[in-house]
Write a protein that binds this ligand. Sequence first.
Ligand code: SAM
Length: 457
Amino acid sequence: MRFDLISIFPDYFTPLTLSLMGKAEDAGLVTLAAHDLRQWATGKHRSVDDTPYGGGAGMVMRADVWARALDDALATPLACENAEAATASCRRVLAIPTPSGTPLTQPVVEDLARADQIIVACGRYEGIDARVAQHYRAAGVEVLEFSIGDYVLNGGEVAAMVLTEAVARLLDGFMGNPDSLVEESHSGAGLLEYPVFTKPREFRGLVIPDVLVGGNHAAIERWRRDLAIEKTAAVRPDLALELRAESLGREDRATLAACGVAYPREGSARPVSIRHGEPGDAAQLSALAARTFPEACPPELPRAAIDAFIAAELGPDMFEAMLADSTRHRILVAQIDAHLVGYTLTIVGQGAIPPELVCPGRVEADAAYLSKCYVDAPWRGSGIADVLVEAAARDAAEHGHASLVLGTNRANKKAQAFYKRHGFRRRSTRTFDVGGVLNHDVVMVRDLTRTGNPTLA
Ligand code: SAM
């Protein structure tokens, strides 16, 4: 690839001959050509700028001088050309650094790495006459006006070097170990990189995480991925909302949701907050419960029985009463924008679990009872349920319970697998009558005395 860097200070580009970039040039992987714009200026003073039309501070770089330089650069013969169809197979890009340009991001850089020639026109003063970009665009040249950040530099040289290095390191053969590029920040899913460590193992009292020396490669990979997600969500929430959804696995989504970013199965990611229920939530909770409860019922249950249950147990008045009694009823909600999209209801305190769930020797009578854990259909698989159930487990532990119990329909293997991932183990069964139909549940228990999120174990 050929880089033509045009500036009134071509010496600025000397550092590009150092390090890997210098090696790449020696190896013939890149050609770096720095040009002095003044060689295309005319007159005694070889002036490249003039006062702005319309008045105002500063000077503007002249279009005619730039055009002479750029015409020459664009006419440079390239290795990709063949004699008959001179430019047919070559891609030339005219890159103009400007703080008012589009941000130079990794996807832009990845695209530029497929070009054959990049000409960078480095402005100074108030910038380059706007007709330069206009003219070359109209003439069919690929023009990229780019910015390297939301701040203003004195000239385009630093931006040109940023572009050159970011593009060149993506070229085949540039990096000694091309794997270095794979998990970098802004690559792949679009995450920032996880923290990295080297020797010594302990530095000023700071010891590297055990997982990195445990030899369990899957655990290391998971740990790194979780930390990359957490860092991205904390430092660049804008990026966390723009990840490539198809590259996110179930555990990624759970970690993202725990960091306040929910990816639905379809559509865009949204910020999600998990919080305790408040008195004003009763109406929304009741509507959410009425939406979600029927979907969790076994198919043989008559609709009338389901409706009767909803009317009796899930009305706004019932939620109002439970929200008013937080010593007994613990409600956690997941909120996206102004909408509640998921909730858990846990009964805590003495005699929390229904008598039919108590199974001496298998299910502790003093357990807390996870009565409900529901998420609206569009948000299933987004990790919201994972966060809710973990928050409910923490909350029950904080209320002095050593275990958390739940009953879930025995035919619902998906729910059982979900709870198993969250540390629940099958302990017994229960059978109960709803509208004359016998329902069979498995009873699952989670030991709350063990710390940590079992999904990450
Ligand atoms: N008057 C211009 C404006 O307000 O947008 C700023 C001109 S700046 C002082 C001079 C030159 O520095 C620009 O023409 C451009 O080449 C370069 N430059 C400054 N900030 C830049 C940035 N954030 N990204 C890319 N180039 C920048």
